[in-house]
Design a protein around this ligand. Structure first.
Ligand SMILES: Nc1ncnc2c1ncn2[C@@H]1O[C@H](COP(=O)(O)OP(=O)(O)O)[C@@H](O)[C@H]1O
Ligand SMILES: CC(=O)OP(=O)(O)O
Ligand SMILES: [Mg+2]
Length: 401
């Protein structure tokens, strides 16, 4: 059985084709900068050279057409062999606690959640619609970022706002990156040789978007992102936790519209707002060259993570392991050191040699005397989506959370 996974973001689409018998990747690619003058398409058919193509791709529809033509030309699959297409859908609200086979009603329900995820759900829906046009009646499965966090207790997911806003408008914490938190938690359990249901973990997904999750006995009990992916850690371009009164202040003193503020907080804040750059590798280069704003952005980024580690220690009482993942969590040696520094009282201590070069796909970087393991795990959101889509398709899908 082969499964194609589409992870459509606002300006990029990642895709992977898997052979499910041994979870092998047959083809994987990403189109970035969709809508800009030159989009960048990188893909690789396993066993062949990576291909890079720069050309204008004006919209998601064209990007998807390109993906399907690569898929067909690669010979990696044809329509007959493709069992289903799995989609990452960011917001599933309270409706979707597990993956679901997509039909017209599900599509409409995902659309109804656009106000809760205006930057993500429209792109996910486009992916679904285009796949339908391109591939006809091949089954499609939606796998939700929010699903893993359905186990949050009400005192963790409710905001201190009037109950009617929760009951009538759905204003609550949902949490995101659930597929990744779930995947790396399973990897950590395997590494530690214990059932996930017996483990307390703090998982840190640090990519362009970033979130931390407190996992108690294998279930998510708190997470840093909120009603939308804007809350929590400071991110590449998103502000994370801020005083909500800043909104009124910006509106009254700078006459900013709601759209201006939304754009500012999502796209021009976080590291980009502080130092003008959102890519962590570039921020390090700037900091090393003496740029004080870049140095400040790094210090703020690490400090926010450390505060959440402390908070989730208090939530969990006992922690078996911290798990770093995402492009930054997997690669940024300095950052891992920085956000664990000074936490020996919690049992956290990093071995700086191991931290330089953690083993893949799951490496331990804590010192041998530490009571809390610190792990670096490569996340595979697309593979996890394929695994969950297969279970959904085969009807073996049980509510896992
Ligand atoms: N070697 C590295 N050191 C520090 N940061 C890195 C490194 N490699 C990638 N990153 C950072 O990872 C981030 C992207 O993470 P990724 O998980 O790929 O993003 P996405 O959320 O889009 O999946 C970028 O900020 C990038 O700079
Ligand atoms: C939900 C979210 O923040 O996703 P991403 O990190 O892909 O932007
Ligand atoms: Mg990622």
């Amino acid at each position: 059985m082969k499964i194609l996974v589409l992870n459509a973001g606002s300006s990029s689409i990642k895709y992977s084709l898997f052979a499910m018998s041994d979870q092998r990747t047959l083809l994987t690619g990403i189109i970035e900068r969709i809508g800009e003058s030159l989009a960048l398409h990188r893909y690789r058919v396993t066993g062949n050279e990576a291909q890079i193509d720069e050309s204008p791709i004006n919209n998601h529809k064209l990007a998807l057409q390109e993906i399907f033509s690569v898929l067909k030309a690669s010979g990696a699959s044809n329509n007959a062999e493709l069992a289903c297409i799995g989609h990452r859908v960011v917001h599933g609200g309270e409706l979707f606690k597990q993956p679901v086979l997509i039909n017209a009603q599900v599509t409409q329900q995902i659309a109804s959640m656009i106000p809760l995820a205006p930057l993500h759900n429209p792109a996910n829906l486009l992916g679904i619609q285009e796949a339908l046009q391109q591939m006809g009646d091949i089954p499609q499965v939606a796998v939700f970022d929010t699903a893993f966090h359905h186990s949050l207790p009400n005192y963790a997911y409710r905001y201190g706002l009037p109950s009617s806003l929760y009951k009538e408008q759905g204003v609550r914490r949902y949490g995101f990156h659930g597929t990744s938190h779930n995947y790396v938690a399973k990897q950590a359990a395997q590494y530690l040789g214990k059932p996930l249901a017996e483990l307390n973990l703090i998982t840190l997904h640090l990519g362009n978007g970033a979130s931390v999750t407190a996992i108690e006995n294998g279930r998510s009990v708190d997470t840093s992102m909120g009603m939308t992916p804007l809350e929590g850690l400071m991110m590449g371009t998103r502000c994370g936790d801020i005083d909500p009164a800043i909104h009124f202040y910006l509106s009254r003193t700078l006459d900013m519209s709601m759209d201006d503020i939304e754009n500012l907080l999502n796209k021009n804040s976080g590291c980009k707002g502080v130092c003008g750059e959102n890519d962590m590798r570039s921020i390090h280069q700037m900091a090393e060259a003496g740029d004080e704003n870049a140095q400040l952005a790094l210090a703020m980024y690490a400090y926010r993570i450390k505060k959440y580690i402390g908070a989730y220690f208090a939530v969990l009482g006992h922690v078996d392991a911290l798990v770093f993942t995402g492009g930054i969590g997997e690669h940024d040696v300095w950052l891992r050191q920085q956000c664990c520094a000074g936490l020996t009282a919690f049992g956290i201590q990093i071995d700086s040699d191991k931290n330089q070069n953690p083993t893949h796909p799951c490496g331990e970087i804590s010192s041998s005397s530490a009571t809390v393991k610190v792990l670096v795990t490569v996340t595979q959101e697309e593979l996890e989506i394929a695994i969950q889509a297969e279970a959904c398709l085969m009807g073996t899908n049980k509510t896992p959370f």
